[in-house]
Design a binder for this molecule. Sequence first.
Ligand code: MEV
Length: 323
Amino acid sequence: MEIIVSAPGKLMLMGEHAVVYGYPSIVTAIDQRLKLRARVLEKKVFELYAPDVEIINYSKSILAVGKCEVPKGAKFVELALVNFLNKYPVKEGVRIETVSAFKAMFGFGSSSAIVACTIKALCVLFGVKLSNKELFNLAYQTVLDVQGVGSGFDIAAAIYGGTLYYVYPGKIIRPINTKALGIVVGYSGVKADTAIIVKRVAEESKSFPIVYKSIYAEIGQLIPLARKALVSGKVKEIGQLMNINQGYLESLGVGTSKLSQMIYACREAGAWGAKISGAGGGDCMFSVCSDKDRLNVEQAIKKAGGEVIKVGIGAEGVRLEND
Ligand code: MEV
């Protein structure tokens, strides 16, 4: 039996960085999906074909997974398999192939989506029934095994889908019933490394811990207000809260001049609000605006040197494609 599973990418709407320190955040799943194909092999081997991360014809004994040097491109899938096998040992082997991937450089959470897909695929192939929270726990453990840091909000988006109120480390994962929200996403052209930025902010905070703590707490205060505004469709309030959040992100030193140019360009083109999405240092920003202003906002991003990326929000979480 061959199966195909898919999982969405994510866009952090509000609360980045503070979420790592226990404050709530809001994340949404986007309609760009990563897909993988998987099948059981009679031989006890693990095969991986993921050309987008330069893994071609990768094969090893199931008994050797997670051992020896694992190539960078194979790490998320292989360690997801290790975590799955530790809990649910199997007698056969497995072949996994990526069918489609979104560009890792946008910061849409391709690693989380691939881990969510891998664990979901293994569950389907080997008849293991897991709740979303159990899937989340296995997937989050895998991300921590590979990269050491991360609040897990991206894993939650990949598994649960929709728009979520998220508290680290999966303490609260609750859907937000959002009214329609017009967003425009812009890519800065610079790939950011989340783990490095999170560690750098943590390091810098040691000079003035009280100041950083209060910035995180201030960001945390915005989230329930943003949740309320999302539910009631108060788009101008959402924009205002995003702008305040952006100010705090600037104070953490994660902005770049390019992102700021794009953000200000959106606001000047009529957007209600604009901010970085994610760790900062590059990747994407997004703005919220009316349908009437959308074209102007898109043009403003391009004029500021950014690339407009069309995404829809609130997409479905990880799913089997060939039921
Ligand atoms: C990165 O997209 C968001 C951060 O809050 C890190 C995390 O939550 O894992 C900076």
